[in-house]
Design a binder for this molecule. Structure first.
Ligand code: SF4
Ligand code: SF4
Length: 166
């Protein structure tokens, strides 16, 4: 019988450890093609997978490996039990972000997207490469994401991160 991922998330993540639901079968992380890309890190292996590292943490929001997940959803596609670990991981990331625990690189990436629409800074090097490829210069125009960030209070949260660094 397949379990409903929505009901699992609702029923478990709020008040139980996600690891109680994950059967630790390793299917989503086995060393084969189409598995979790973070599993390539040599510290993980089929008996100690990346997903288990996060879901089984005593405090997932403090797990320094949390931000390695690229939200590719491969684990969701592969999990035979519809545990959909990426949904747990995304919830943990959101919680960690609100708690001011996001990795520094993540914060600067968000700032870059809000400011320019690009996840990485547009440099002279990237412009030279574009020119070589016959591509036009990148135009950084008014970005609607800025409005969304303001209305969702994301800008306020980012300001607190910046303040916290001083
Ligand atoms: S969503 Fe995250 S945990 Fe799942 S396969 Fe991709 S990188 Fe791995
Ligand atoms: S998330 Fe699913 S596939 Fe991955 S170890 Fe847990 S039960 Fe297995």
């Amino acid at each position: 019988m397949f379990l409903s991922s929505d009901s699992i998330i609702k029923a478990t993540f709020e008040d139980k450890e996600a690891s109680e639901i994950c059967l630790k079968c390793g299917v989503c992380c086995i060393l084969d093609t189409h598995h979790c890309p973070v599993q390539h890190d040599s510290k993980y292996h089929p008996k100690y997978t990346y997903v288990y590292d996060i879901l089984g943490s005593n405090s997932p929001v403090d797990n320094e490996n949390l931000w390695q997940c690229v939200s590719c959803h491969k684990c969701e596609e592969l999990c035979p039990y519809e545990v959909s670990p990426v949904h747990f991981i995304e919830q943990v990331k959101a919680k960690a972000f609100r708690m001011g625990k996001a990795a520094e690189g993540i914060v600067s990436e968000i700032q870059s997207i809000i400011g320019s629409g690009y996840a990485f800074p547009v440099t002279d090097y990237s412009e030279r490469q574009r020119k070589e490829l016959g591509l036009p210069k990148i135009k950084i125009e008014f970005n609607e994401l800025g409005i969304i960030a303001e209305r969702t209070k994301l800008l306020e949260i980012l300001a607190k991160y910046v303040e916290g660094k001083k």
